[in-house]
Every structure is written in structure tokens, then in C-alpha cells.
Ligand binder design. Sequence first.
Ligand code: APR
Length: 241
Amino acid sequence: MSDPLHIVILTGAGISAESGIETFRSEGGLWEQYPIEQVATPEGFAADPALVHHFYNMRRAALKVVEPNAAHLALAELQTGLEARGGSLTIITQNVDDLHSQAGARGVIHMHGILTSLFCSACDHRFDWVDDVAHDMPCPACQTTGGPNKSVVRPDIVWFGEMPYEMDVIEARLRACDMFVSIGTSGAVYPAAGLVQMAGQLGKQTLELNLEKSQGSHFFDESRLGEAGTIVPKWVTEVLG
Ligand code: APR
């Protein structure tokens, strides 16, 4: 592979696994503990807002006790190194943890939202929040409150059936890059899982770094298997020479 200068990276839950954050589809993963339709759909939120807030409160609280791992740190180093030679790194993450930013990465695109943000479904006011959310929490902007079984303030998370954020920016970055790299994702959820095909159609180099073969491995020019904390720093050293 020739030396890439402008790289787009898509990350998934696997890059945060070694930081102690559960993935979704592994044995005993999050989707075995909590049915998707109950905690990750607008319908589930309407049916039982307290359960949904509990699910995200638990994951938001976990952020206070986890640290970025060697893979997150290596990507922040890659971004600095590429920019020093006039290049760029765009990190698009499916993850709703903030470990890329905690590791020093800049301009991270959270296409599925982020745990440390909430928004009001009455006035669309978005605001940072790192603590638990009660289902009857009033919106700090419009003061609308929930009711016994209705919550106006919701996690700023893209649920199934909703449109991921910044798809226009994502497509533009993909068109402008030299290389597309996928790290720690099962390739199970679109449109994220389709980015490798778009990159391939655009003639970009494509590389997958994952613990095991994913549903999209056959779309990549190259697939390297291993733990992100080991194979990502190794790859970054290769790229930065
Ligand atoms: N290093 C590298 N890869 C790992 C590691 C690790 N230490 N541990 C697990 N993996 C890999 C798994 O092999 C799997 O392919 O990470 C992937 C995690 O897959 P999922 O649990 O499906 O998570 P993800 O791909 O991020 O899910 C995508 O689905 O449920 C929705 O919105 C949710 O963003 C999520 C999306």
C-alpha cells in the first residue's frame, strides 16, 4: 500500500473493549442483556422511558471509570503525525463513549450520538450531561417536563430506525481520502457497514483491523486480525514510519 496522507477511520465497540466497555454482539454482550427494541428504538423509549434512561445512565456512569486504551492513543498520535506532513485523519465512530476525545483525537464524528449529550424532544435543545437522567427531568431550555410515563429529555443517541448524524460530512471525507480503515466493528449495522463498499467503489485503499472476521471482511483489500490494543499501534507505526 502506498503511503496514505488522508485517512478515514471507522471505529466500533471493539476498539473500546480493552478499556472495559462491553461490545454488543459478543457472547453475553449488551444485546443479550437488553433487547434492542426495548432500549434502542424510539418505540421502546415511548413505552418505557425509565428503563431506557436506566440503560443509558448505567453506560454513562461507566465512562467515569474507564480510560482510553493503546488503540485510542495510537489514533490520536496518527492524527498529529499525518497533520504534521500536511495530511489528515477523520475518525468516524459508531461508539457513544468519549474515549477517542479523551485520548486526544480531534474532530471525532459520533455518527450514532454520544452518551454525554441529551436533547429535548419538545424544543430540540441539545446539552452536555454526564450524570444520571430522571425520566421526568425538565428541559433546561423550554422547561417542559415529562410525565408519569413520558420523558421529554432523551439520550442524544441515534436509535434503530433513526438517521445517523453527519452522513453528508462522512461521504465528503470518504471521497477526499486516500485510505479507509475499519477498526473493531462487526459490520452488522448500516449505513456504517456500507462505508467500505463506498470506499472500494471510489478506488480507495481499504484495511480492516478486527479481533475476528467481520460480516464485511470480504470487502476489504486487507484484513488483519488481533486485539486493537496490539494491532492498531503496530499499524500506526507502519504508517508514520
Ligand atoms: N479488538 C478488536 N476488535 C474487537 C475486540 C478487540 N479487543 N473485541 C471485540 N472486537 C470486535 C468483535 O470481533 C466484533 O467484530 O469488535 C466487533 C464488535 O462488534 P459489535 O459488538 O457488533 O459492535 P459494533 O460493530 O460497534 O456495533 C455497531 O450496532 O448496536 C448497534 O449502535 C450500535 O454502534 C453499534 C452498532
